[in-house]
Design a protein around this ligand. Structure first.
Ligand code: COS
Length: 391
């Protein structure tokens, strides 16, 4: 049997990188959270540092200037980064997750060279799938792309688009057929410069949490792009590209949920050692211990799922079931953990002064974006039915 090299970066080099990143997260990003939240943006000097560290090129092949991490390495990196406020992951993870995945799996070589090169250099990307009238039912999108000579003309509105205000590049999913086609082949994907005439970005939406990460509408009115903008050079591949990108994006949201849950648990454990009630630290009370223990066990379960799903991804097989299962469990788990940590804090848990309150708000979106828990259930069940049918 021939030995195949493990995918990704040399493991020793990767571990040294992860140690360095862990220090950066604790010593630089966590102290920068207040500024990030107050001004609702990642501070420019931190963004520059993140670019210099190569964080925008984590998943890009070396030939295009990236580090070509394996899925296991990349998702481990996202988990570490997600111990700090979510904005730091959000600003780079559309590049390294959905945008890069779609290009790697579906882009032509010319498209990869141009757009992955720009992504590695730290130009910010966004991913335009959701619309005012289509979220979970992604294929029902209304945005149209109509061929006009050597160009396509795009019209439509994309909604809740992470990083839209900062992005210079977008992957926009649009209908190239007015009527639905089997397997959603009416959808195509386009690589679009955000400064193309006809594109307007709405003002950033006010959200429950995740301050520092911005979302907004992208409005397209007669946006003319060259035919070379069509991902893969072929119509009808956009839905598959989006779903493949989401498989990767869901691993990333699972890891973000895990990182946030770990942070919340540390906060709770610390508070339980400091806070006194009935004459002693509350950590001595078994009902407090139960909250911590249940949370720890669930964090551990999510960690095991993450490692297993990523190990499968590293073999190159389709991991829709595992990505959805991990994303669903980890995000729901994170919701339970942050809720318990607020409870453990008592009245203090409801105050903005303690970070348990922010973590509670920040966690809520993980059960919704990149596919709600209910959508993950559908994906998992569909894969189970396929396996049952022997497909
Ligand atoms: N990998 C490769 N190809 C895929 C794929 C994947 N993960 N998922 C779908 N496809 C392709 C396949 O060709 C599939 O046909 P087959 O199943 O016959 O092979 C085709 O796309 C159609 O897929 P499906 O039948 O699953 O499409 P549905 O219209 O039933 O929609 C859901 C599926 C609902 C799961 C999908 O619309 C979805 O994920 N919605 C949520 C969108 C979302 O997460 N939005 C969040 C915002 S984006 S950041």
């Amino acid at each position: 049997m021939s030995e195949t090299a493990a995918p990704g970066m040399d493991q020793d080099v990767f571990e040294a990188f992860l140690d360095q990143l862990t220090r950066y997260v604790n010593e630089r990003l966590v102290p920068a959270e207040e500024d990030t939240i107050e001004h609702d943006r990642v501070p420019p000097e931190i963004l520059a540092e993140m670019r210099d560290m190569g964080l925008f090129g984590l998943t890009t092949p070396e030939e295009f200037g990236g580090s070509d991490l394996s899925a296991s390495q990349y998702i481990a990196t996202i988990r570490v980064l997600s111990r700090a406020a979510p904005a730091f992951r959000s600003i780079m993870s559309i590049n390294t997750g959905m945008f890069t995945t779609a290009l790697k799996k579906g882009g032509t070589r010319e498209q990869q060279a141009e757009w992955l090169g720009r992504s590695v250099a730290g130009e910010i990307a966004c991913f335009g799938l959701t619309e005012p009238d289509s979220g979970s039912d992604a294929a029902a999108m209304k945005t149209r792309a109509v061929r006009d000579g050597d160009d396509y003309i795009l019209n439509g509105t994309k909604r809740y688009i992470t990083n839209a205000p900062q992005a210079s590049m977008a992957l926009i999913m649009a209908r190239t057929h007015a009527e639905p086609l089997p397997r959603n082949q009416h959808v195509s994907a386009f690589l679009v410069n955000m400064d193309t005439p006809g594109i307007t970005v709405g003002s950033a939406d006010k959200k429950m949490g995740q301050k520092g990460s911005q979302i907004a509408d992208i409005i397209m009115e007669d946006v003319r792009v060259p035919a070379s903008a069509l991902l893969g050079g072929e119509e009808g591949k956009g839905f598959t590209a989006a779903m493949q990108a989401l498989d990767s994006g869901r691993l990333s949201v699972g890891a973000a949920s895990l990182g946030l849950a770990e942070r919340a648990l540390e906060t709770g454990l610390r508070y339980a050692h400091e806070r006194k009630a009935f004459g002693q630290e509350i950590i001595n009370f078994q009902l407090i211990q139960a909250m911590l223990a249940d949370s720890k066990a669930e964090v551990y379960a999510a960690e095991c799922m993450m490692k297993d799903a990523c190990a499968k991804a590293d073999t190159g097989v389709r991991i829709s079931l595992e990505a959805s299962a991990f994303k669903m469990f980890a995000s729901e788990m994170c919701g339970r953990v942050v809720d318990r940590m607020v409870q453990l804090h008592g009245g203090a848990g409801y105050l903005a002064e303690y970070e348990a309150e922010r973590l509670f708000r920040d966690a809520r979106i993980y059960r919704i974006y990149e596919g709600t828990t209910q959508i993950q259930q559908l994906v998992i069940a569909k894969q189970m039915m396929r396996q049952y049918a022997g497909l």
